[in-house]
Design a binder for this molecule. Sequence first.
Ligand SMILES: *Cc1c(COP(=O)(O)O)cnc(C)c1O
Length: 457
Amino acid sequence: MKTIIEPFRIKSVEPIYFNTKEERQNILESAFFNPFLIHSKDVLIDLLTDSGTSAMSSNQWAGIMQGDESYAGSPSFFRFEETVQHITGMPLVIPTHQGRAAEKILFSILGGKGKYFVSNTLFDTTRANIEFSGAEGIDCICEEGKHPAIPAPFKGNMDTDVLKKIIEKKGAANIPLCIITVTNNSGGGQPVSMQNIREVKKICTENNIPLFIDACRFAENSYFIKLREKGYANKSVREIARELFSYADGCTMSAKKDAFANIGGFLAMRNEELAQQCRNLLIMTEGFPTYGGLAGRDLEAIAIGLNEVLDEHYLQYRIRSIEYLTNKLIAAGVPVMQPAGGHAVYLDAKEFLAHIPVEQYPGQALVSALYLHGGIRSVEIGSLMFGKYDEHKKMIPAQLELVRLAIPRRVYTQSHIDYVAEVIIEVFENRSEIKGLKIFEEAPTLRHFTAKLKPVE
Ligand SMILES: *Cc1c(COP(=O)(O)O)cnc(C)c1O
């Protein structure tokens, strides 16, 4: 088979600014070993997130010019609404300024003390919005999803036996929603199978619990189903996505992911009463229901992006480029999550830096080392992000200590990715020199965004 090439040409470019290791040492110290506090101009290859960092197409930019900025009833909204309805099959579409705004609205209405939201794995903003409402989030990822080094086709699946037990224990009446995150961002960008979604839906229906999809990467997940699940090889990704959404009562979406937009999101659902409650909150916090915190031009860019992402040449290149980097690292013995996920490569920091105890944040130490050695910005998904304290202020670590290298869509070329592989392999060869970190300042929620750290002496 021939090389799978980028299915686009480059029309507009932006420069990368180079710096030295000495400069990066100072930058890292001034940023308190937290990549979120580094200025982006000081980053060579920015793999912090694939959120809002996509390169928009010439069609999307043209759509931006055509955006209609009317306060109410803009044609841009109706194009957006129709596109979302067509892909999801859900009639009620509510635009928000990004995914977490959709979450905030949904969980303000459905959450509250004594409520439980059950998921394969809740993303950090989803969990934070649930907990902020007073409710609790419960993850029940399948057994395969807990072992980064063991490949399996659908490591994002929910453990349906655990789901049943949770429903029994907490009571179906206290579970306002079940949420399936596709692909499972916090669990390695791993896909969920159609069969699993169908099984979860069956359990939900039996217990009268609505099912929502956290749909940020629905196209990547649908493509994995096409590649890996029996019976889907000859279906189009659009058909697969349509089936996936058919099992859900609603979805939340960040358009900053699979819609290639720099900002935006939405809620979509089937229940008119819930939608009305959401719209009432929307008007208070986001805006009128035909723009909801977005400009008309953003709605155009999202509508166009949602159709572009279903192009199978794009998805083939997308999934292949993540796999390409993953395989290079595997060949060099670097511990990575296997198989490759849909939007990012995940290093297993617990293995990579086995000499650093979890109390000293091996993931964050690795993030710092990758920046220092190669100017690559990544993010920890481990105990800095998800760790908690018990009543004695002792750390309860996260299940996994991962470092995520998220690949922005349509942004970097193969030589950028080759460079990333070289840097990681070099850092791996010199890993014994890396030291652990400790926190000296942190916020009560979503602490990883602002925490200040320093090396352990
Ligand atoms: C990014 C993301 C969100 C939140 O979306 P924002 O647009 O960043 O607010 C929610 N869930 C998942 C799975 C995500 O990846």
